[in-house]
Write a protein that binds this ligand. Structure first.
Ligand code: FAD
Length: 379
């Protein structure tokens, strides 16, 4: 006798999958997480931006569903930090202005609230953005949010426990066994758990784990960096994304901003990568803040860090069956928090034969090398 479903990896995707499996009626679900708590890896290191600006219709639908699931978690537990409607200002100048104006029709068609602002209007509303280029324009999307993946994961798992979810943290799965009549996972500490189905949501470790069952995936981990900027005076900025430099700013309290700048598009090893930001990144983020705002004159970089994102050839997740009884959901492409609750839910429903996701099939590409491309773009 085993579990109905064993989920390996308790980041935001795995936690959401666990909640969805229980919500779908499964009464024996086990979530195994290697870390000491849920959502402590890439999920904890993220900037937490949730935006409707993604261009792929599939991604847009996942963001919409995730927004609803984040809201459900807020309503259930009362923790408003799970989703804060800060709004986002996407700044463009020169050649990048076209990318903003081209979004108008799509946003209109989808009923997403937005305003297109010129430089003087931006300055009026956000006096701290006092160093914008003369031709600067901005797209204001008031319903974009900051989300807290860790608080979300804790909340949905707490809701699911009384209904049949068992959670083991500090429990690293070493091997998947799909050769026997019932698939099983073997942990580092020697336990074996059998299940009717196994779902791997181990983020950028998923490929490594699948290889223990002689399976492979087109998944390339790459570094994404963020820095914490300490300000000398309080700010009231919303989320800010500067298209020309690809730098984004995330409010982190009155005197602090998180700053990120996209990615290092080369492969990294999930068990051995530089977990602090590199010097080039730190200089770039500080310089870009200086170029946008006089807040930068008296700001200091408190710390910087790097986490991993999982790149896929077409920047869509790899989600679905990989062998009899074995399913996977990975390949976040750096935008897995804004889509995470919905992806986790879909992965659980696919694993339980309650949904299909043919566009995301993990075998749609061979596991060959490919060029990693940033996921958070207006392309
Ligand atoms: C610096 C940075 C900024 C980012 N900013 C944003 C943003 O603003 N918006 C956005 O949408 N996305 C952002 N992202 C991306 C986002 O963080 C990820 O897409 C998301 O966290 C992926 O969630 P996950 O659950 O798939 O992975 P993870 O959170 O990494 O979860 C995978 C889990 O699996 C566990 N695990 C691994 N191997 C095993 C094993 N063998 N046994 C048991 N457990 C195992 C790990 O411990 C981990 O907890 C950012 C990422 C980084 C690094």
């Amino acid at each position: 006798m085993g579990y109905d479903l064993v989920i390996v990896g308790g980041g935001i995707w795995g936690s959401s999958a666990a909640r969805a499996a229980v919500a779908a009626g499964m009464r024996s679900v086990l979530l195994l997480e290697a870390g000491i708590g849920l959502a402590q890896e890439s999920s904890a290191k993220s900037g937490g931006i949730l935006t409707d600006l993604l261009t792929d219709p599939g991604d847009q639908a996942l963001v919409t569903r995730s927004r609803a699931l984040y809201q459900e978690a807020v309503d259930a537990g009362g923790d408003r930090s799970i989703m804060l409607p800060l709004g986002m200002l996407t700044l463009a100048e020169g050649e990048s202005v076209g990318a903003l104006t081209r979004r108008r029709q799509d946003l209109n068609d989808r009923g997403v609230a937005f305003e297109l602002l010129d430089r003087s209007e931006v300055a009026l509303r956000h006096p701290h953005l006092d160093r914008l280029a003369d031709d600067a324009m901005a797209l204001w999307t008031p319903s974009d949010c900051h989300v807290n993946p860790n608080a979300y994961a804790e909340q949905v798992v707490a809701q699911a426990r009384p209904q049949g979810l068992e959670v083991h943290t500090n429990c690293r799965v070493e091997r998947l066994d799909i050769g026997s009549a019932q698939p099983s996972v073997l942990t580092e500490s020697g336990e074996t758990y059998q299940a009717s189905r196994i779902l791997v949501t181990a983020g950028t470790w998923s490929r490594r784990l699948l290889r223990t069952a002689d399976l492979d995936l087109p998944l390339l981990p790459y570094r994404v960096q963020l820095g914490s900027l300490q300000l000398a005076e309080p700010h009231r900025l919303p989320l800010v994304w500067h298209l020309a430099s690809d730098v984004y700013l995330v409010p982190d309290g009155e005197y602090s901003l998180l700053g990120g700048d996209g990615t290092r598009l080369s492969e990294s090893d999930p068990d051995d990568y530089q977990q602090t930001g590199d010097e080039e990144f730190e200089v770039n983020v500080a310089t870009q803040l200086l170029q946008l705002s006089s807040l930068g004159d008296r700001a200091g970089l408190r710390s910087s860090w790097a986490g991993l994102a999982g790149g896929t050839p077409d920047r869509r997740p790899l989600l679905g069956r990989v062998a009899e009884g074995l399913f996977v959901a990975c390949g976040d492409n750096g935008i897995g928090v804004m889509r995470g609750p919905a992806i986790g839910e879909l992965a659980a429903r696919v694993a339980l034969d309650l949904a299909t996701a043919p566009r995301l099939r993990p075998d749609r590409f061979p596991p060959d090398p490919f060029e990693i491309r940033a996921g958070f773009t207006l392309e």
